[in-house]
Design a protein around this ligand. Structure first.
Ligand code: TRP
Length: 445
């Protein structure tokens, strides 16, 4: 099946759009807050540079060489034990699993956009009430907001790579950067601005726990969208002459830049108005709205921009989580695009409702897995097991199953011999070991 191709800038922005998501604006600041700032950020940066970029490049390479859906890309280079590697391609299903909760969180952002217009909470108690009420007692609001997200994502996906995904990213990504840079310029007038900078960039290694290291490594995978074939299917639609290495560097750079920007903005506001950095997942949904409310009309504008930017970031990632499934259904099952989009959307919409019900007070007890709600259990499984699994399969496949000459042939114009040797070593040894370490610690420690 012949797909329309990306333009070069379209590819870089779309892959960056996949990478930059709730992980950057919601998760990065709150885990940085929880794990003490600078030293955590340092570990995160080092992992992105030494493991993240390698894996990103490996995924792009498989996509460009295979030029098709994830399963077919694995099959193309699968050696004699073809059946096992062919199965590895099914890792794209993880994208739909992620979407069952990711889309629900995008829904919350829509709700906060609505709150930004109608009135934000002014005290911490109020803010907590509002969030807890949404989370535990308002399944209908959540389901409707989740549906809105499902419909927007579906509407982009049916338009295909060129007319949907690329167009959407070419507009939203620059807008997102503009919003965040604007917010940063505004935050620069605060005295707390420099405090935010030193919180993020002055490492205090005495604060660095083993757990912090694991979280930093795990997050660097999640934030770069490694391990489920998202970047791979985007790269499958690349024109032949494009440079993969510089694309991978650009994507990693933009992703990191936006996470740091979001961190600087959020912590400047937080420190300026006496918020706590170590507030956990509620950071952007509880601490920030109160601060915005304190700023009056300016605050309303800031809040609208902030949640709008966050919605953009979430949506551009969401489409990348579903596209691998859509592409698979089209190219392997011969489905029309509209049918493929409909059923993929239906799947994560339906399971998303289960996620919502698993955190709703009245239905929670029916949907527990052990001590965890279904919502938490799925998020945990993705973070600590499924994504590392995807990452390791890709690293091992590129490092051991593919022929070295084939790999080198694709990258030879993009990087010199020395860099190639470093990257190849990293893919064969460092990345798989790092992933194993991560999975082992997450599951058993
Ligand atoms: N990277 C995105 C974020 O930071 C989430 C995401 C999008 C993702 N596509 C992915 C994660 C593919 C893993 C795999 O929010």
């Amino acid at each position: 099946m012949q797909q329309a191709k990306f333009s070069r800038i379209g590819f870089v922005l779309s892959a960056a759009g996949a990478a930059v998501g709730l992980g950057n604006i919601w998760k990065f600041p709150y885990i940085t807050g929880l794990y003490g700032g600078g030293a955590f950020v340092m570990v995160y940066l080092v992992t992105i540079l030494f493991i993240g970029v390698s894996l990103l490049l490996a995924e792009m390479l498989m996509g460009k060489r295979g030029g098709s859906d994830v399963v077919s890309n694995f099959e193309k280079d699968a050696p004699s034990h073809k059946w096992a590697w062919a199965k590895a391609g099914y890792l794209f299903v993880i994208g739909l699993i992620i979407m069952t909760f990711y889309s629900v969180v995008i829904g919350w952002i829509f709700y906060y956009l609505y709150l930004a217009i109608t009135g934000l909470p002014t005290t911490l108690d109020q803010a907590q009430d509002i969030f807890n009420h949404l989370y535990h007692q308002s399944p209908w609001i959540q389901i409707i907001a989740h549906l809105v997200s499902v419909l927007i994502v579906g509407a982009i996906l049916v338009r295909g790579i060129k007319g949907g995904i690329e167009k959407f990213n070419l507009v939203l990504m620059p807008l997102l950067i503009l919003i965040l840079v604007g917010l940063m310029l505004y935050a620069m007038q605060f005295e707390s601005f420099s405090k935010a900078l030193s919180f993020l960039f002055m490492p205090d290694f005495s604060k660095l726990s083993a757990e912090a290291i694991i979280r930093a490594v795990g997050h660097s995978f999640f934030t770069l969208s490694i391990g489920i074939g998202s970047i791979m299917v985007y790269a499958a639609a690349l024109p032949k002459e494009s440079n993969l290495f510089s694309s991978a560097l650009w994507v990693a750079f933009l992703d990191t830049f936006i996470a740091l920007l979001a961190g600087i903005v959020i912590f400047s506001f937080l420190f300026q108005f006496g918020g706590e950095p170590a507030k956990g997942p509620g950071l952007v949904f509880m601490s920030l709205p109160i601060i915005f409310a304190k700023l009056g009309t300016v605050g309303t504008v800031v809040a609208l921009l902030f949640f709008l930017g966050m919605a953009f970031a979430g949506l551009t990632s969401a489409i990348s989580l579903v596209e691998p499934t859509v592409m698979y259904l089209e190219s392997r099952w011969g489905w029309r695009k509209s049918k493929a989009v409909f059923w993929s959307s239906f799947f994560y919409f339906a399971f998303g409702i289960l996620m919502i019900l698993s955190v709703t007070d009245t239905t929670q007890s029916y949907l527990m897995i052990g001590k965890k709600t279904l919502f938490d259990a799925v998020e945990f499984a993705v973070d600590s097991f499924l994504m590392p699994l995807g990452g390791i399969l890709i690293a091992i496949f590129v490092g051991y199953a593919m022929k070295k000459e084939d790999v080198r042939a694709i990258l030879s114009k993009d990087m010199g011999d020395t860099l190639f040797a470093v990257w190849y070593f990293s893919i064969r040894y460092i990345a798989p070991l790092a992933v194993l370490f991560l999975a082992y610690n997450a599951l058993f420690v």
